[in-house]
Design a protein around this ligand. Structure first.
Ligand code: 6PG
Length: 253
């Protein structure tokens, strides 16, 4: 596995700009080489500014860009908790050039979360082909204070999944079902980008990058793309518990 690239933004805005610049570069590279770009978006609140900046970016080949999700909540697509709704409001509503068939949402309105997972897995196999793991150009991930990423929460079955591409799983702490990509899919990506901000994430960032706890306790530690690249885009507060060695800083004499 390649050593992760760690980039620190002084604040949330600089961090979002770094994420947009890196993704824009990966978009142009993917379209030049393969004629299309695929990204799995993450949910929560951190990606919102990145989405807005991406929507304002000139010269992107929107018609060749395909949008998926790393996970979503088992709620209707217009629900306040929906990751799809957040992306629609912060990105798709501002970029009419994106063909609607390029937006591959998880059908979270299905009565059974397992049905939504099966439908999404079928859509992925149709798009990427079913004979090898799907290789997303960008897997965009967040990190929870408990070390979860996508909807791989501590103690959940999805952490150990080796066959399925997509899983529905009950998350006891949230008392809700989630639909999530599985670790082999995350790790098959050409580039995994963690975007993490805020002091409340500093301990989890330290545990993932410098700790040795089992993945069942810190699920984000399972994300080790190979041969893909791994970027950690952090604001200063989220990076505040990392050692100088990890940050590649020369010790100040
Ligand atoms: C979700 C996300 C989840 C998120 C983290 C961080 O569905 O909630 O995919 O993995 O990235 O919980 O969320 P915040 O950005 O809101 O802190």
């Amino acid at each position: 596995m390649n050593k992760p690239s760690i980039e620190i933004g002084a604040d949330a805005e600089q961090l979002a700009v770094k994420a947009r610049d890196l993704v824009a570069q990966l978009v142009h590279e993917a379209v030049r080489v393969r004629g299309r770009f695929t990204i799995a978006l993450s949910g929560g609140s951190t990606p919102k500014r990145f989405h807005t900046l991406l929507a304002e970016t000139e010269g992107l080949p929107w018609a060749q860009m395909h949008f998926f999700w790393g996970d979503d909540r088992h709620v209707p697509p217009d629900h306040a908790d929906s990751n799809y709704r957040m992306a629609r409001e912060t990105l798709f509503d501002h970029v009419p050039q994106i063909p609607k068939e390029n937006i591959h949402r998880i059908h979270t309105e299905e009565r059974e979360a397992a049905t939504a997972a099966e439908l999404y897995e079928t859509e992925l196999k149709t798009f990427f082909g079913k004979d090898a793991w799907p290789r997303f150009d960008v897997m965009f991930l967040g990190l929870g204070p408990d070390g979860h990423t996508a909807s791989l929460f501590p103690g959940t079955r999805g952490i150990a999944e080796k066959q399925r591409w997509v899983m529905a799983q009950w998350v006891e702490k949230l008392k809700t079902d989630r639909i999530t990509l599985t670790p082999p899919v995350l790790n098959a990506s050409r580039a995994v980008l963690f975007l993490v901000q805020g002091e409340d994430k500093a301990s989890a960032v330290h545990e993932v990058l410098e700790g040795s706890q089992p993945v069942e306790e810190i699920p984000a530690r399972i994300v080790r793309p190979d041969p893909g690249g791994l970027w950690w885009l952090l604001d200063a507060p989220a990076a505040s518990k990392l050692s100088d060695a990890t940050l590649g800083r020369k010790k100040v004499r």
